[in-house]
Design a protein around this ligand. Structure first.
Ligand code: MN
Length: 228
């Protein structure tokens, strides 16, 4: 009798919500985020064609390949932060595309057509405390970006109550264990040639200067609050 009742209820719940168990089992794939502005919104500092190729080809490629690399593995269904943490001991496909996915998501968000100027509030105070002044931070960040050999990124990270600047190669990211660059990234600049070559060719320092005109400091402040 009891068995019959249990069987009846499991049958009914299956009939009434036929997709329930399937939905629960479905692992969400990572999705290419929409840009929070138009492709031409950052001109003249970053040109529309570069933004379009960068987002619709490069970032889209990292996203698709990341999904392919984790499909059917124990990484499927984990957050991108969880995947990045152990990515240095994963395959190149997971490390490179996981980093590529995360890094560009951050990158689009910390730029804005209304960006530039100086940070304020707590972020400005912590920059002063950590680097001495905003100009000293700008020099350190620009230097990390300019001297990153080959393809990579320069970062501003929150680490144990302080802000630090560091650089990573390829699509590596400070969230990866053992990368030699610690903390939680709150600002980053992509110094791969695909990020600037159409407009700036080999003049990476000009691109880095221009980047400061589009930094969305409100978003960086928000990232700092989330990192603490
Ligand atoms: Mn890129």
């Amino acid at each position: 009798m009891l068995i019959n009742i249990v069987f009846y209820f499991s049958l009914t719940s299956f009939n009434f919500e036929p997709n329930y168990s399937f939905e629960k089992q479905k692992k969400m794939a990572f999705e290419l985020p929409k840009l929070p502005y138009e492709y031409d919104a950052l001109e003249p500092h970053i040109d529309a064609r570069t933004m379009e190729i960068h987002h619709s080809k490069h970032h889209n490629g990292y996203t698709t390949k990341l999904n392919g690399a984790i499909a059917g593995t124990e990484l499927e269904g984990k957050t991108i932060e969880e995947i990045l943490k152990g990515a240095t001991s994963q395959s190149g496909a997971v490390r490179n595309n996981g980093g590529g996915f995360y890094n560009h998501c951050l990158f689009w968000e910390i730029m804005s057509p209304n960006g530039g100027g100086n940070p304020n509030g707590e972020l400005a105070a912590l920059i002063d405390e950590s680097f001495g002044s905003f100009d000293a931070f700008k020099d350190a960040f620009s230097n990390a970006a300019a001297t990153q050999f080959g393809s990579g990124w320069a970062w501003l990270c929150y680490n144990n109550g302080k802000l630090e600047v560091c650089g990573t190669a390829n699509q590596d990211n400070p969230l990866m264990d053992g990368i030699g660059c610690n903390g939680i990234p709150i600002l980053g600049i992509d110094v791969w040639e695909h990020a600037y070559y159409l407009n700036y060719q080999n003049r990476r320092p000009d691109y880095i200067n221009a980047f400061f005109n589009v930094i969305n400091w409100d978003k960086v402040s928000e990232n700092l609050n989330n990192a603490k």
